[in-house]
Design a protein around this ligand. Structure first.
Ligand SMILES: Nc1nc2c(ncn2[C@@H]2O[C@H](COP(=O)(O)OP(=O)(O)OP(=O)(O)O)[C@@H](O)[C@H]2O)c(=O)[nH]1
Ligand SMILES: [Mg+2]
Length: 376
């Protein structure tokens, strides 16, 4: 679109710090997913890529470790870049920061659009700031690659957090598909930990696969529901409830309190019959209101108890280890797949074999065997 304005931050807080979460990038139109070598960047409406030789990994590392927000934001931009050279720099940077990561509590917040996730994060985050916590909020929204996601809404719905420079809010990276977005979000999370944020809140919209992905990045996973909408309307499947360590029945204020109470009882009844998401932990539903703040202290107390109990039982550490390994395997799968499909011999035969499989002339397994022989 020739008349598109040049991409630039769509929103900066009143004080306009450069390191703020204001870099909203235009969606990516291709099919790439942010992995190295995965196709071209969308050209239109992008700022020119930062030149690779301008990226000083040591300076970024030092900057992050001494709390420089501008350099943190710059490092995240490098992590989010799809450029293979930037990717290399990003990995070098992460390598040098790993020993400083892992010390936060990672909390995922999911729920259907409009359930009040951003409002809850704003209200809860503001309370936690008063308790001397350092808060980073990351959005994980695969659809943002196309639609720019909900961050445009979030700028108004995280008003309190957005006003203070004690909190850091980062919109969802664009990535083309969930895998790309997930990698970027994970790496951004690590940068935020190295920076010193001790509470990381990840918001994701509860439709499709993104909640499973966010579950695999966090320690405590909260599901936000609203009373009276009916399970079907909320698109909530039993499987999603089974991922949750806590259910928040939000908007329990005004005339809605009674309905929220009924919903809470109903969810607690359902939870009774389900497998808990975390070994040894009993998932419960509770009422909250982002508007009045009711229930937020209770919720945070639950998160703290969860952390204490699972750390004592070793479940906390075990989950983190498993998450790291799962991540490695996911990236290994992706890298192998990419290398395989880029192989000349594979490419030479793929079309013909695909035609045979599609036409029912060859069983898929034989085609796969033939392609793997070509690769080897
Ligand atoms: N009455 C009431 N309204 C609320 C409460 N929390 C959020 N809302 C309203 O619900 C609407 C949606 O809130 P958001 O916080 O943007 O919801 P969200 O889940 O982040 O939405 P998406 O990011 O678009 O998925 C807004 O109009 C809020 O003012 C609450 O506790 N009580
Ligand atoms: Mg939101």
């Amino acid at each position: 679109m020739a008349d598109d304005p040049p991409a630039r931050p769509e929103w900066v807080p009143a004080e306009g710090a450069e390191g703020f979460s204001s870099h909203v990038m235009k969606g990516v139109e291709g099919g790439h997913d942010g992995m190295p070598g995965s196709g071209s960047r969308g050209r239109q409406g992008r700022r020119p890529a930062r030149r690779t030789r301008d990226i000083d990994v040591n300076a970024l590392r030092e900057g992050i470790l001494c709390g420089n927000r501008t350099l943190l934001a710059r490092a995240i931009t490098v992590v989010e870049s799809n450029h293979p050279e930037h990717q290399k720099k990003a990995q070098e940077l992460l390598d040098g920061l790993m020993e400083h990561t892992g010390k936060s509590i990672r909390v995922g917040i999911t729920g259907v659009p409009g359930a009040g996730k951003s409002s809850l994060i704003d209200a809860l985050g503001s309370r936690l700031l008063e308790q001397e916590h350092k808060i980073a909020v990351l959005a994980v929204d695969p659809s943002s690659a196309v639609t720019r996601g909900s961050i445009l809404g979030d700028k108004t719905r995280m008003e309190k957090l957005g006003r203070t420079d004690q909190a850091f809010i980062r919109p969802s990276p664009t990535g083309g598909c969930l895998g790309g977005v997930a990698r970027k979000s994970r790496e951004t999370l690590l940068l935020c930990e190295a920076f010193g944020f001790d509470v990381i809140l990840l918001e994701t919209v509860g439709v499709g696969q993104s909640e499973v992905t966010v579950r695999s990045m966090v320690d405590f996973f909260a599901l936000v529901l609203i009373a009276g909408a009916g399970d079907e309307l909320q698109g909530i499947k039993k499987g999603v409830i089974e991922l949750a360590d806590g259910i928040l029945v939000n908007k329990a204020d005004g005339e809605n309190v009674q309905r929220a109470r009924l919903a809470k009882a109903e969810y607690n009844r359902v939870l009774h019959f389900l497998q808990p998401a975390t070994e040894g932990w009993k998932t419960k539903a509770q009422m909250v209101s982002a508007h009045t703040g009711d229930g937020l202290d209770d919720f945070w107390q639950r998160v703290r108890t969860f952390r204490e109990e699972t750390a004592n039982s070793g479940v906390f550490q075990r989950r983190r280890r498993e998450q790291n390994l799962d991540w490695m395997h996911a990236m290994l799968n992706e890298a192998l797949r990419r290398r395989f499909l880029a192989d000349e011999n594979v490419q030479a035969h793929l079309k013909e074999l695909s035609g045979k499989v599609a036409g029912g002339e060859m069983p898929p397994v034989r085609a796969v065997e033939a392609l793997i022989r070509e690769f080897a």
